[in-house]
Design a protein around this ligand. Structure first.
Ligand code: ATR
Length: 275
């Protein structure tokens, strides 16, 4: 019998998660049914409880429900506690709801694949919302030299640093106070959803700087286009992060981690073909 999975979000129409998990299941020879479900904020808790009551095996949770999923989970991983975010849910034999976040691990796996993450890296993270919070601890744990945070509203970056400064070399600064180039710049803002880009001073970017956008798109994202216009040559969008976080969720549910390279190529080709 097929095990039942789903991704809950709002909106959810363009989610690639069902496609990615079906490709993993094909690769691993697992019998899986994976659906996407548009769930409004007011209905989220009921929808999760109903899904598991109907013998569902696992849920992925996306925007805007990751914090609500964190609150709903009864048993949370250490990384979910740190991020205050949950993107993967399942129930144990006692019926307790477990929550974990695989976003940070997914980001770091993709950065490793790209060769963007080095031990001496000076890294700039743009944003101080849920997406940024979820990746601070894994980035610091990856052994980078320093993590700086800039946010449109600087106070939110200061607050995040206050919360997480015990985890490593982390500081917040206003974007206009950047005075040297970074090895890696990661965009975790929602600016592109509003057709905007968080502008960086030219000094932040050297020709050797790598730029990573946690958003993905069939075309160059606005953030990466702005970086390229400033002379940056090494760029990547977040499609690899999406595939890697899915592989990590798959491993939590099935006890085996699928190979990601072929799945990433297939999903990239599909995305381009849909243009
Ligand atoms: P998410 O969970 O996606 O991170 P969020 O918690 O609402 O969502 O945070 C959105 C992030 O994108 C914030 O860092 C936000 O900056 P503010 O704290 O100043 O709101 C950032 N953001 C959204 N629109 C932006 C824009 N047009 N320019 C720059 N940053 C933007």
């Amino acid at each position: 019998m097929k095990r039942q999975f789903a991704v809950f979000g709002h909106p959810i129409g363009h989610s690639l998660s069902p496609h990615i998990h079906r490709l993993f299941a094909e690769q691993c020879g697992d019998a899986l049914d994976y659906q996407r479900q548009d769930v409004g904020v007011a209905d989220f808790a009921d929808a999760v409880l109903s899904f598991f009551a109907a013998a569902g095996s696992g849920l992925n949770i996306t925007v805007p429900h990751k914090e609500a999923a964190y609150r709903l989970a009864v048993v949370r991983s250490a990384r979910a506690e740190c991020a205050r975010s949950v993107n993967t849910l399942w129930q144990d034999a006692q019926g307790r709801l477990h929550g974990d976040t695989t976003d940070g691990a997914g980001l770091c796996a993709d950065l490793q694949r790209l060769g963007f993450l080095t031990a001496s890296a000076r890294v700039l993270l743009l944003g101080a919302g849920g997406a940024a919070r979820a990746v601070v601890e894994p980035l610091l744990a990856a052994g980078i030299a320093r993590l700086d945070l800039c946010n449109r509203t600087p106070q939110r970056a200061y607050d995040l640093v206050q919360d997480m400064r015990h985890l490593g070399t982390l500081r917040a600064l206003p974007v206009e106070e950047i005075d040297s180039a970074y090895d890696l710049v990661i965009n975790a803002t929602a600016a592109s959803l509003h057709g905007e880009v968080m502008a960086l001073p030219p000094v932040a970017l050297a020709p050797t700087t790598a730029c990573y956008d946690m958003v993905y798109s069939a075309q160059t994202t606005p953030f990466l286009a702005a970086c390229q216009a400033q002379g940056v040559q090494r760029c990547s969008d977040g499609l690899g992060m999406l595939v890697e976080q899915a592989a990590e969720a798959y491993a939590l549910w099935w006890g085996r981690r699928p190979q990601t390279a072929a799945v990433l190529s297939a999903v990239r080709a599909d995305l381009r073909a849909a243009l």
